[in-house]
Design a protein around this ligand. Structure first.
Ligand code: FE
Length: 341
């Protein structure tokens, strides 16, 4: 919380400075739960292009949504940015977003990456895929279904069920295969865990290096980041022993995890907010999602950073992610049933 306040204060000072300059076009209050330092550049580029200053408040998504609800009509929030469709849907059902009309967003962002009511738009994509230790595993699972196969007993590392990536993954399994099959799947998957669920995605990859895990599930950008630069616990020689599978390429496709945002329900700077979302869909910003944070751009045809290109192209699961997000409560029930901590 302290960091949040500091960021706001620092930006508020910058806002004062810019307000007196000839380029002043107003400001934009951004509530963001994206946790990537590289996003700084995205914001400063926007300010350079438009003269609009960004005041940023960072916290986790649920805190930001609760804050926007508590602030109500007086909320200074113009934009909410977060990761994962489940959270974007949570924001929508909490009533903190509004529908907007933008030809730019309509044409640039593929339909399956947008909310049907234009309350949120996806700006970058990450696939949640299978990584494995090539020195230990000769027959890696080729799809999500196989992760429940007893052949992989005691081999797999994944995060806890309190994490939104776990929630959305199981919600997608429910959407694709039905509740009964998803329950059986979760039972088998948990049975195959190498250890109690713990840590973030990078920790799952570190588990491959330490030998604790033979198979690990992680979003692509954590691995691509370690290809691009030094990440503690993932040295280059060990990275060379990690293989990866884009799952279910002959079936439903790789499970996608979106990062996106929308205009706040009571945005005081609504026009600037729409301008900001349109900027995020520009080639420049789209390229930076890839170059800065190793994500796949949402806009088709935008170039990939070398670290992302190294992972390769794949067929994504085209299931409607806003439908998937509606299964989260059901996923919670299954987590409890199968003892996925
Ligand atoms: Fe993440």
């Amino acid at each position: 919380m302290k960091k949040t306040t500091t960021a706001l204060l620092v930006c508020a000072t910058a806002a004062t400075a810019i307000a007196s300059s000839a380029f002043a076009e107003g400001e934009l209050n951004l509530y963001s739960s994206r946790h990537y330092d590289t996003d700084e550049r995205l914001y400063s580029d926007f300010t350079d292009l438009t003269g609009i200053t960004i005041n940023r408040i960072e916290a986790n998504a649920d805190e930001l949504i609760a804050r926007m609800q508590a602030e109500g009509a007086n909320s200074p929030a113009d934009i909410l940015m977060t990761v994962d469709t489940s959270r974007l849907e949570r924001a929508k059902s909490a009533g903190v977003l509004q529908s907007i009309d933008s030809d730019v967003l309509e044409t640039r962002i593929p339909a399956y990456l947008q909310d049907a009511d234009n309350q949120w738009f996806g700006f970058s994509q990450r696939a949640r895929i299978i990584f494995y230790d090539k020195t230990e595993v000769t027959n890696p699972p080729m799809d999500y279904v196989s992760l429940a196969d007893p052949a992989y007993e005691g081999m797999i590392c994944h995060r806890s069920s309190t994490n939104v990536y776990s929630q959305t993954l199981l919600s997608a399994v429910i959407e694709n295969f039905g509740t009964e099959a998803a329950t059986e799947w979760a039972k088998g998957f948990v049975n195959n865990f190498a250890r109690d669920p713990q840590g973030g995605d990078t920790d799952q990859l570190r588990g491959l290096v330490s030998g604790e895990c033979d198979i690990a599930i992680s979003n692509t950008y954590y691995f691509a980041r370690a290809l691009r630069k030094d990440v503690d616990g993932l040295p280059a020689d060990a990275m060379a022993n990690i293989g990866w599978i884009f799952p279910a390429q002959n079936a439903e496709g790789a499970h996608m995890n979106l990062s996106g945002g929308g205009v706040a329900a009571n945005a005081p700077n609504r026009e600037n907010a729409i301008k900001f979302l349109e900027y995020l869909a520009s080639d420049q910003a789209q390229n930076y999602f890839s170059a800065g944070n190793d994500e796949y751009p949402a806009v088709p045809g935008v170039g990939l950073a070398p670290s992302v290109a190294a992972m390769g192209l794949f067929r994504p699961d085209a299931v409607d992610l806003s439908e998937v997000a509606k299964n989260v409560p059901e996923a919670q029930v299954i987590f409890n049933q199968v003892g996925w901590e």
